[in-house]
Design a binder for this molecule. Structure first.
Ligand SMILES: Nc1nc2c(ncn2[C@@H]2O[C@H](COP(=O)(O)OP(=O)(O)O)[C@@H](O)[C@H]2O)c(=O)[nH]1
Ligand SMILES: [Mg+2]
Length: 387
């Protein structure tokens, strides 16, 4: 125990010792983490708290899966090119936004919990169908079992990306803190990249670590983590500098990594300008923030663009030699190659692929000849030549 911890930390630790249930333990550990001084001397302690939290989260999840009826969960079948969830506290305007952006028939009302289950709607933008799903009922404690919280959070875990909705007529910082805490509790990492640590389990040979110099911390802690995760034989490659906490995250297979933007709604309401400035200052570095008004239909075009970008989709047009590009375009995930496109069109195209000609942003000159591994960009026109 480091001697230089604060009175608050000690109180939280006391709370942890007295905690009976898993949610109580989680809350106490969160307080311990928040109050422990952040310096080199407490690094091990912080790591231990983080790892205990992860263990409790997984335990909670296991309990719920075993409980009779507890395994019940909402599931929203994915349709369209991507699924984006709209997540926010009750009454912030999620339903109103879905209604304004899609063909969905949803209820809007000025009291909390109008919507009780996830409601999907399809937004069509730039000829690409994108599924928007309202996730209602996210409140403080949702991830720890409040209401249908865990089931609703599992919908978020399964989505392709998150649009966080905040209400600019209320304190947006508090809303963000509540939501990000619930995401963290549910094992959802938001706008963070998974640390580039590769773990290949091997049958024998013990632990081999490549790129050891990238681990910024005590190697004995790494070995301890591996032991505790029952990884006794593996080839581990650390491809970038990581802290011990980041290494722990890389080991934790129960985490999901999601991209997110913030929709700042009710931009027409009194006080919204000041609240928007506050939000921008606190979260503008980590999130793209789009101010809108669902009620007045302000900035919805920019929102559509933002959601489209968040979906991580590109559209490419295919064409046959000597003909015009075919319509509609093919929607692909960002980073897709000419071969991904060929596979999508026809398996014979992929099998007998020779080369492609491309017009658009991904090439230096129009009609450039490229190979199967060429990465496409939004708006490209592609002519595939196969045997
Ligand atoms: N002033 C204002 N009120 C809004 C706006 N969007 C939604 N509301 C109101 O906020 C309340 C909650 O809306 P709803 O869409 O049901 O929120 P949800 O619980 O997040 O789905 C309703 O009274 C809406 O009319 C907006 O852009 N501006
Ligand atoms: Mg609603």
């Amino acid at each position: 125990m480091p001697t230089n911890v604060t009175a608050e930390y000690l109180a939280a630790e006391e709370e942890y010792r007295n905690a009976k249930t898993i949610p109580e333990k989680i809350r106490a550990l969160e307080k311990m983490y928040a109050t422990v001084p952040k310096h080199k001397g407490t690094e091990k302690l912080r790591l231990q708290i983080k790892r205990k939290l992860a263990e409790l989260r997984r335990e909670l999840e296991k309990q719920r899966a075993q409980k009779k009826g507890g395994g019940y969960s909402f599931s929203v079948r994915k349709e369209g090119a991507a699924q984006i969830v709209l997540a926010g506290l009750p009454n912030v305007g999620k339903s109103s936004l879905i209604k304004a952006l899609t063909n969905a028939d949803v209820d809007v009302a000025n009291y909390a919990f109008t919507t009780v289950e996830p409601i999907p709607g399809m937004m069509h933008h730039k000829d690409v169908p994108i599924q928007l799903v309202e996730v209602p009922g996210l409140v403080e404690g949702a991830a720890l079992g409040k209401g249908m919280g865990p089931q609703l959070l599992s919908v978020i875990r399964n989505a392709d990306a998150i649009a966080i909705v905040v209400d600019l007529s209320q304190n947006p910082i508090k809303q963000m803190e509540t939501l990000l805490r619930e995401f963290e509790r549910a094992g959802i990492k938001v706008n963070k990249r998974k640390p580039r640590v590769e773990i290949k389990r091997t049958a024998t040979g013990g632990i081999v670590i490549n790129g050891q110099e990238n681990i910024k911390g005590d190697l004995r802690e790494v070995m301890r983590m591996l032991r505790e995760e029952r990884i006794h034989s593996a080839e581990i490659t650390v491809k970038e500098p990581v802290t011990l906490e980041e290494f722990a995250d890389a080991l934790d297979e129960s985490l999901v990594w999601k991209r997110a933007i913030i929709i700042a709604n009710k931009g027409d309401a009194p006080g919204s300008k000041e609240n928007y400035e506050k939000l921008l200052k606190a979260y503008g570095d980590c999130f793209k923030i789009i101010p809108v008004s669902a009620r007045r239909r302000i900035n919805l075009d920019r929102l559509r663009d933002g959601l489209y970008e968040l979906a991580g989709i590109i559209r490419v047009f295919t064409k046959s030699p000597g003909e015009e590009p075919a319509y509609p375009p093919v929607a692909l995930k960002k980073g897709s190659t000419v071969m991904d496109l060929a596979k999508r069109i026809h398996k014979d195209f992929a099998k007998n692929f020779r080369y492609a000609r491309v017009w658009g942003k991904s090439v230096k000159f129009p009609g450039q000849r490229v190979g199967a591994d060429h990465v496409l960009e939004d708006g490209d026109i592609v002519e595939i030549h196969a045997r």
